[in-house]
Design a protein. Structure first.
Length: 75
C-alpha cells in the first residue's frame, strides 16, 4: 500500500514496538507485525493486531501491572 504519511513509499511486511498507556499502566510490546514504509519508516499495525494489543493492555490493568515489556504472540 502507498504510505499515507510521505506518499512516496510503499509499505512492506515488518514489525514494530508498540507502547500503550492506560490508567497508570505502561505496556511495551515488541515484535508486533506491521506494514512499514520503505521510504519514511512509518508503521501501520493491522486491525487484528490492534485488537490483540488492546486486550493485552486491559489484562495488564486488571492484573495490577504498572510497567511491563512483552514480545508479541499472535492469539
Amino acid at each position: 500500500m502507498e504510505c499515507v504519511v510521505c506518499r512516496q513509499g510503499e509499505t512492506k511486511d515488518g514489525s514494530t514496538t508498540v507502547t500503550l498507556e492506560r490508567r497508570g499502566v505502561t505496556l511495551v510490546v515488541r515484535s508486533v507485525p506491521a506494514q512499514v514504509c520503505e521510504n519514511c519508516g512509518e508503521e501501520y499495525v493491522g486491525a487484528e493486531e490492534t485488537t490483540r494489543l488492546l486486550s493485552l493492555a486491559e489484562d495488564a490493568v486488571r492484573g495490577g501491572t504498572r510497567f511491563e515489556v512483552r514480545d508479541y504472540v499472535a492469539a
